[in-house]
Design a protein around this ligand. Structure first.
Ligand code: V47
Length: 375
């Protein structure tokens, strides 16, 4: 009763009724959720959806991130990872070096390799195919998730083939799904300001849909907490939802919390923990056709990620190993959680961890590990 009064007072009674009836929220509902100051009420509604779909389960994956090049000609103002072509800090990992990175963690029980890089105009089509084959040879049991839609636009450019054929070649070489990066915010205004040289939102969505049609599932992201406004974020979510209605190929949505450090826009304060939780919750409520909402602890911190598990997130990514996109050097990137640490954090948050594979099938054996984590 008290809860209902709180929701009423927050102006969310209409959204609550829709959530209880499983009805789709409108763009106006989305705006309301962004503008309403009562985050606990929004979190409660998102948690209702989360628990209806997934109960108290929290998925996690044992993955390794690899960035094959930091050279990029896209010059995005929000990015601290890239260097321009010809900069002597630039690197390209050849397929053997990538295989060596994988062998470095040969004793870690990884099930997924997540690989992305800059848009490096010097790399030929064959390089991408060789990269896939080298990774598959180094770790045949691991699922290969690689290349954002922005990288795919570049790969197609050098392949000089229709996208469907490029996807078929990459699949044949070992590619099994695509991550959700590079979407930023679907807004011409923000694009003009921050990432004017990149494929625009409709191209990003068309490439994602082409991947889905080629049998490759993808994720979707939104980078928030810089210069975007709420209308733009609601539009972003609405477009993702529309494409998902058409293809059903998105596995999960990951709101990405902007880190201003060492970027061209480092005068901006960056998002607060409140906003991080709100993005998870609004994503869960608006994206009714997305099965999973992921919190990426590298961007959100593990502490906010634990709370996010009560604000709509049902997936906590991951063991990670090394993450360069928001770190200044490879040496500074050793960011990892062991499987036991990850499990412990989920249990501490009052949720039940389940290991998943890259396609969200449950991996057997989590129950025993759970016993160990509790002990
Ligand atoms: O595309 C770039 C973003 C993305 C910054 O699909 C930044 O499972 C914050 O997409 N602050 C790469 N973000 C990361 C990504 C991702 C991460 C984890 C899981 C998955 C998945 C995907 O990071 C980029 C860009 O949108 N990014 N710079 C920054 N300063």
């Amino acid at each position: 009763m008290i809860l209902e009064q709180q929701i009423e007072r927050a102006g969310l009674a209409g959204v609550h009724a829709k959530v209880l009836e499983g009805q789709r929220l409108s763009a106006d509902d989305g705006l309301l959720l962004y503008e309403c100051p009562d985050l606990p009420a929004i979190g409660y509604l998102a948690n209702l959806v989360r628990e209806t779909r997934h109960g108290d389960l929290t998925y996690y994956v044992r993955n390794q991130h690899i960035n094959y090049t930091n050279i990029c000609n896209k010059l995005c103002k929000f990015c601290s990872f890239y260097v321009k072509p010809k900069d002597d800090r630039g690197y390209v990992l050849d397929p053997e070096q990538v295989a060596r990175r994988i062998h470095d963690y040969g004793d870690a029980p990884i099930t997924e390799i997540h690989m992305v890089g800059g848009v490096n105009p010097k790399l030929p089509y064959q390089y991408y195919l060789d990269l896939m084959r080298a990774m598959k040879a180094a770790r045949p049991e691991a699922h290969l998730k690689a290349f954002t839609m922005i990288e795919m636009a570049q790969i197609q450019r050098v392949a000089r083939k229709p996208m469907e054929e490029v996807f078929a070649d990459l699949r044949e070489a070992g590619l099994e799904s695509l991550p959700g990066g590079g979407a930023e915010v679907f807004s011409d205004r923000v694009q003009e300001d921050l990432f004017w040289t990149k494929a625009d939102s409709e191209d990003w969505l068309a490439i994602a849909a082409a991947a889905h049609r080629s049998g490759l599932p993808t994720n979707a992201t939104m980078l928030y907490g810089h210069v975007e406004n709420t209308e733009e974020k609601v539009y972003h979510l609405a477009r993702l939802r529309e494409v998902q209605d058409e293809t059903g190929g998105f596995l999960c949505y990951i709101p990405l919390s902007f880190h201003p450090e060492r970027t061209e826009i480092d005068h901006l304060p960056g998002p607060t923990g409140q906003l991080d939780l709100r993005e998870i919750a609004v994503g869960r409520l608006m994206l009714d056709n997305f099965p999973h909402i992921k919190t990426f602890w590298i961007m959100n911190t593990i502490e906010i990620s634990q709370v996010a598990l009560w604000h709509g997130a049902n997936d906590l990514d991951g063991t990670v190993m090394d993450y360069e996109i928001t770190r200044e050097s490879f040496e500074a990137t050793r960011q990892r959680l062991t499987q036991q640490e990850l499990l412990g954090r989920i249990v501490e948050a009052g949720r039940r961890p389940v290991e998943r594979d890259s396609l969200y099938n449950v991996v057997a054996g989590t129950e025993e590990l759970l016993g160990e984590a509790a002990g």
